[in-house]
Design a protein around this ligand. Structure first.
Ligand SMILES: [Fe+2]
Ligand SMILES: [Fe+2]
Length: 169
């Protein structure tokens, strides 16, 4: 994901990508990759979908990039990780607002991207879009963070479950 050659996309987010504090996300582990790479994936795929759906793709690209703009440490306890699941959209919005001018739509995209785990309901179609793309990207990253043997075992398990359901009919 590091080599995006889409110059229109880059021109919309270059100030964020060039920001020194934002680039610290590259040092933080996130779903088996790093938080910067995850954020770029969510931003770029959301941007492509927003263009197809005639939504406000600039806001989607920028807020998608900033949606997980929070710092955390490797040695967090499981409890701290759990709490962070609920609190990080608030901190991402605080951090992003300090460095960049955000409109209401961009703020809402960041603040509600964890719905329905968080109860803040998306107010714009753009917020729904980033929330859905974030979950898809996170699932893909989690899945690929496991070994090929584990993934193959999971695939066989899915197949077995589907086959059992089919036979039960
Ligand atoms: Fe998040
Ligand atoms: Fe995310």
């Amino acid at each position: 994901m590091k080599n995006i050659n889409d110059y229109e996309y880059i021109s919309l987010v270059s100030d964020i990508l060039d920001n020194k504090d934002f680039n610290k996300l590259s040092t933080i582990e996130h779903h088996g990759t790093n938080r910067l790479d995850h954020s770029i994936k969510v931003s770029y795929y959301s941007y492509l979908a927003a263009k197809k759906l005639n939504l406000k793709y600039k806001e989607v690209a920028r807020a998608g990039l900033l949606h997980d703009f929070f710092m955390s440490y490797e040695d967090r306890t499981s409890f701290e990780r759990f709490i962070s699941t609920f609190t990080h959209p608030k901190y991402a919005l605080i951090n992003a607002s300090k460095l960049f001018d955000l409109n209401d739509r961009e703020k809402n995209i960041i603040r509600t991207h964890m719905f329905p785990i968080n109860l803040a309901v998306p107010r714009y179609l753009e917020s729904w879009l980033v929330s859905i793309v974030d979950k898809g990207v996170a699932f893909y990253e989690f899945y690929h963070s496991y070994s090929p043997i584990f993934r193959t075992a999971i695939n066989y398990l899915y197949f077995f479950i589907l086959f059992s359901l089919y036979r039960a009919d």
